[in-house]
Ligand binder design. Structure first.
Ligand code: GLN
Ligand code: ZN
Length: 766
């Protein structure tokens, strides 16, 4: 039996890589020191895995920015606009690489970055490869070979991890019309052959080719490409041990194809889909090695050894000891580095910590599972300890709250429905709110200045008392209300100055959440996130936002909009407990938000926004699973929003507007008003709403908040006139694309003043 790892976090347990990259980017450190940081992290990771007892240790899982971008550079898929960066002799390969990742504004050049998008259903973002019709590939960067040699020099013969050629093409985008990127496979494969030859010359034994698309819906053409690639590689490299890695789901209808590919070993994800084991065992070729992914690479929870051992047992019966490989389910980059660093019992009590495992601990679990499977000793103290932890977890009163469970069970059909249908509510809201046509508003946050952030830091450190901190926030809120009044905005917001992050702020006040100090995972490039950990039944011990909404409302005669994060977004941006369905946890959060919505209403807040920017990213990878997800996700939103009177107006907000496939579900959310991002597409994305005849009110963003540029009134008038052509004027709101927390006050003030002026132009034209 072998132990294997598919990838280890590369950010460093103290985010060393983030700091090193940002220093280099800002010109404060040399390329040598950046390169050295990379080397140090790789060495640390390899040695840690070796010491733990991992047989197949990955290399090329390290990346200065993103593994897909690494591969684009490796195979020479470098868009033409970056060629000038290469021509400048002062630039090295990493400068070119970072230019592709982040854009290049230097030496009189202004080159845009490559697009970024989500890596399957994770919160990791990769750089999307760009392909032309006659796209040529050639071995450009030798990173993969270099990192392999580096490991050998350290006495560790690693297994290079490379995204497989079919998945690489599928991850990309055609930049010209009239061709299908999968047709580029014939051009691309020779580069892989070239690369693998060079690796073989260095005596590489194992290579892992990641083909996560094998767990997704494939076209016939994709399947043909798979067959072609792996047959060809077998021909050219009969001795190379290729581990074909699939993850993030079941192979399902691709199982027969996968099992027929002539590779040395196959990895399957048994965390996402333990059921697929039997089928795969029936199908795989007699000599094939099987890697069973039994330790969850995407969560923070301790493995259930007994459950994993049952799967391992089953696999052993068919493939035998010699051909079985034990692994995490996928790369560990989606899990934080090291639980040992978590020593703050206040935010992460010892009892909860005992249920958890981060990457380092997961590596140990893989090794222990192998030993347990070999020894079959039921009294093995490690098995017993694991059993005890999991038993304690399933019975803990920290987790289980009968009141919450009963409340979820008691939800009735009317609890996710407003009293009256939208047209009735709209009438009542018009009367009670008395807003002008094209009402103006913002999405919630106002600039989080360095001062605002320094107050929070000081307060947390104890350098400011609660009273002092509160007074500062009150002053900032007051100023923001005054500005909005002066600017003539119709529906005001308090500015969200008291919030660190739109999920953490709520998590900190809800029961069932814990927090880590170092639980960082890479989101994109040097950006890391530290998701809260939902470990138990969620409820709201006390109101969370009422104080600030009520305070802001007390300052003005205009309406102040209450501001909440929705249940799906809170779920989506946290580490979620794995002992009950996500839908159940989401429903619990929905009830907590519902309580908050009702409390806001009861103190006189008549407009309440429930942000759901993450609802779309929660969509499952397989289309067949969409409906089920959308049903519970939309229901959760509705539960949170439906406790209020008809004349209370519910808003929602999403930071995008690609609703093609899900517009019906968005309509089903039945928010009275939805604000979306639209300015970057020049309102084109609004057409989906228009074609659907979306019945409720819409605020298509009229300017991009990601840029410091101040838009002129005329531009926004043009956009609004465009919007008005497809959406009735009585349904339209005027607002920016998203919250303003990353902007400076100066541009914010100017931009919003122009925006109000644009709304006035439209009103006068009616
Ligand atoms: N209300 C939040 C804000 O304005 C919404 C943020 C978001 O959509 N991501 O900051
Ligand atoms: Zn947004």
């Amino acid at each position: 039996m072998l132990t294997n790892n598919l990838g280890y976090p590369r950010i460093g347990s103290k985010r060393e890589l983030k700091k090193a990259c940002e220093q280099y980017w800002s010109g404060n450190s040399s390329i040598q020191s950046l390169v050295q940081t990379g080397k140090d992290i790789r060495k640390q990771n390899w040695e840690l895995q070796k010491a733990a007892g991992i047989d197949l240790i990955p290399s090329n899982d390290f990346s200065f920015y993103d593994q897909v971008l690494d591969l684009s550079l490796t195979v020479g898929a470098i868009p033409r606009r970056y060629h000038e960066v290469i021509l400048n002799k002062r630039n090295n390969e990493l400068d070119l690489y970072f230019a592709m990742a982040r854009g290049y504004q230097k030496d009189g050049l202004d080159i845009t970055a490559m697009e970024m998008t989500k890596w399957f259903d994770t919160n990791y973002h990769y750089i999307v490869p760009e392909f032309l019709k006659d796209q040529q590939f050639k071995l450009f960067s030798t990173k993969i070979i270099d990192e392999y040699s580096e490991s050998v020099r350290l006495g560790i013969k690693t297994k290079p991890v490379i995204i497989g050629p079919v998945s690489y093409l599928l991850l990309g985008k055609e930049k010209e019309s009239d061709f299908d990127r999968i047709d580029l496979i014939k051009n691309l494969l020779p580069v892989y052959v070239d690369l693998l030859k060079k690796l073989e010359e260095q005596h590489v034994e194992w290579v892992q080719l990641d083909e996560p698309f094998l767990s997704l819906d494939l076209t016939e053409k994709d399947r043909v490409a798979y067959k072609y690639v792996y047959t060809e590689l077998k021909k050219q490299f009969p001795k190379l041990k290729i581990l074909l890695a699939t993850y993030f789901g079941a192979l399902q209808d691709n199982a027969a194809l996968v099992a027929s590919l002539p590779v040395y070993a196959l990895h399957i994800d048994l965390v996402r889909s333990p059921e697929q084991l039997e089928r795969v065992l029936e199908l795989i070729l007699v000599n094939m090695y099987l890697s069973v992914g039994v330790v969850d690479g995407r969560d923070v929870w301790k493995n259930d050894f007994q459950k994993s051992l049952n799967l391992i047992e089953l696999a052993l019966e068919s493939v035998g000891h010699d051909r079985l490989i034990i692994s995490p389910s996928c790369s560990l980059i989606h899990s934080p580095c090291d639980l040992d660093l978590e020593t703050n019992e206040e935010t992460l009590p010892l009892e909860i910590k005992d249920w958890m495992a981060f990457a380092k601990q997961k590596i140990d679990e893989v090794v222990v599972l192998k030993q347990l499977a070999n020894d079959k000793d039921l009294a093995d103290p490690r098995l017993v300890a694991n059993f005890d932890s999991n038993e304690n977890r399933s019975a803990s009163t920290l987790i289980h709250n009968p009141v919450v469970k009963q409340r979820v069970a008691a939800i009735t059909e009317t609890d996710d429905q407003r009293h009256s249908r939208f047209s009735v509510r709209q009438e009542l809201q018009r009367k009670s709110l008395n807003l002008p046509l094209f009402p103006t508003t913002t999405i919630g946050s106002f600039p989080q200045t360095p001062e605002v952030r320094s107050w929070r830091a000081k307060y947390k450190k104890g350098d400011l008392s609660l009273a002092e901190y509160d007074a500062l926030l009150e002053a900032e809120t007051t100023e923001t209300i005054r500005f909005q009044e002066d600017a003539g905005i119709d529906v005001l917001v308090h500015g969200e100055f008291e919030r660190n992050d739109m999920v953490e702020y709520f998590g900190e006040q809800l029961a069932g959440f814990a927090f880590t100090k170092n639980g960082w995972v890479q989101s994109y490039g040097s950006r890391c996130v530290k998701p809260p950990v939902i470990y138990g039944d969620v409820y709201r011990p006390a109101p969370m936002t009422v104080r600030w909404a009520a305070y802001a409302q007390s300052l003005t005669d205009k309406w102040v909009k209450g501001m909440l994060t929705g249940p799906v977004t809170i779920l989506q941006w946290s580490f979620v407990r794995n002992d009950q369905p996500r839908s159940e946890t989401c429903t619990q959060i929905a009830l907590a938000i519902r309580d908050e919505v009702n409390d806001l209403e009861s103190v006189g807040i008549k407009i309440i926004q429930i942000d759901e920017p993450a609802i779309r990213e929660g969509l499952p990878l397989r289309k067949a699973d969409w409906q089920n997800y959308l049903e519970w996700a939309v229901r959760a939103f509705r539960i949170s929003a439906s406790g209020v009177k008809d004349d209370t107006q519910i808003h929602t907000h999403m930071c995008y507007s690609e609703f093609n496939d899900i517009i019906q579900n968005i309509a089903d959310m039945d928010a009275d008003v939805i604000t979306i991002e639209c300015s970057r597409s020049q309102m084109e994305l609004l057409d989906v709403f228009a074609d659907f005849k979306y019945p409720n009110e819409i605020g298509p963003g009229v300017y991009d908040i990601h840029s410091p540029r101040v838009p002129r009134k005329e531009e926004m008038v043009t956009l609004l006139e465009k919007a008005r052509k497809v959406i009735p004027a009585s349904q339209l709101w005027v607002n920016p694309d998203c919250g303003l927390k990353t902007r400076h006050w100066e541009e914010t003030k100017k931009a919003l003043t122009e925006m109000v002026a644009a709304a006035k132009v439209l009103r006068e034209s009616v």
